[in-house]
Design a protein around this ligand. Sequence first.
Ligand SMILES: [Zn+2]
Ligand SMILES: [Zn+2]
Length: 450
Amino acid sequence: MKITDLNPHGGIGANCTYAKIGPFQFAIDSGLHPKYAGNDSLPRHEKIPSGTLDFILLTHCHLDHLGSLPLLSNLHPQAPIFLSYPSSILIRRMLSNSLAVMKRQRSELNLPELPLYGRSDLSNLYDRMEVLPLEEPLIFEKAGEEIEITAYHAGHVAGALSFEVSYLGKRTFFTGDVLFHDLRTLDGAQLPRQPVDTLVMETTRGMSERPAGKQRESEIVRLLQDIRKCLKRGGSALIPVFALGRMQEMLVVLDEARKNKALPPTPVFCSGLGMDLVNHMHQISRNFNRIHFSRKVLRSLGAQPLPRKIKPGEPVPMQGIYLVSSGMLVEHTPSYMLASSMLGNDRDGLFFVGYCDPNTPGGQLLTCTHGDDFLFEAVDIQTKIRATVQQYDLSGHADRDELLAYAKALSPRKIVLHHGDPESRAWFAQQLEACNLPVLDPEPLLEYEV
Ligand SMILES: [Zn+2]
Ligand SMILES: [Zn+2]
């Protein structure tokens, strides 16, 4: 197999992998880099000659995997897009939201190339989708040869898949983003354990050790305690979340806490995309037994849409819990605006429940200490950090020791590192090599034979 990582920035960012096996050529995912905008946020699609892909695999609907798929698909209109049933529903809402954001960014950021695609590109893309059922191999034929594609439930977020691709008895396994642990709303990954030739593995949490006292359930207890304290002193709690997955999971966690009297009956506010995705997740869970979610949680919790009156830097209009995107406080998002209002108030709290890229405002804030100045550059507001700022280890990605154990179980002849910052990849490389497992940490845009 020949493999090229088309994400030009390395690290996590704009995921897109280009693979050639025998006569077959395919791509896995086509994302947008969350830190950049416009052309800078794209994977290097031009490395794939136009019209040559046989198929495209989509692991899941987070934008770092999905956001540039309409462009890639336009360059390869003959290639079907294989995805899960939940992704085939979620993709529409995620991409139409992304299109709306790009239209806004066109003037905000003065980027004439935006939006990168239009409505007709989206409807063309939807016509090319083919749902893959779980664990049922699909045989794809070309020039008298066959390749077998099998999708597995990867946990992580609704509809997330890992893929096994098998050609002439040689098996390659692509983990995609994976979470083994069960969530309230989603079963953990159920992946095959038989040996493979090549393993392409995500490495998000290579630098995150999970100490014994920081199990997920105890992290939820700690989060609820901190929210309680913050509400008791008259403040509001901001929980920045990804609209897809994490917001619905947190709704269920808050609802449970409310029912157990672990939280007072304070208003809960959610941003629009996450509210819409609640309905989509509800619909999906009725046809897909690994997702457990009912939109009744909104009523039970009394969740409301975010008040319109929120202005950056001004006090929030109502005391409450604000469960809003983006999870990393990316500029111009509701969580960014709210943070600019709340960070200087010693009664308020900012509670991070997921990964923050170090170069996003969320990531930068997490390296600061109480009393530091913090600049919200996009709205030109500088404030002293007076609010409580905490992070909880509730990641949607597998712990590094779990991934290491998984890699060992598959005893691959080669492990290709993917989806991780350089230090995280280095940790995995060192650990795997110590077990005599050969590792490749590919340079972006270079083709490797594995
Ligand atoms: Zn993801
Ligand atoms: Zn990802």
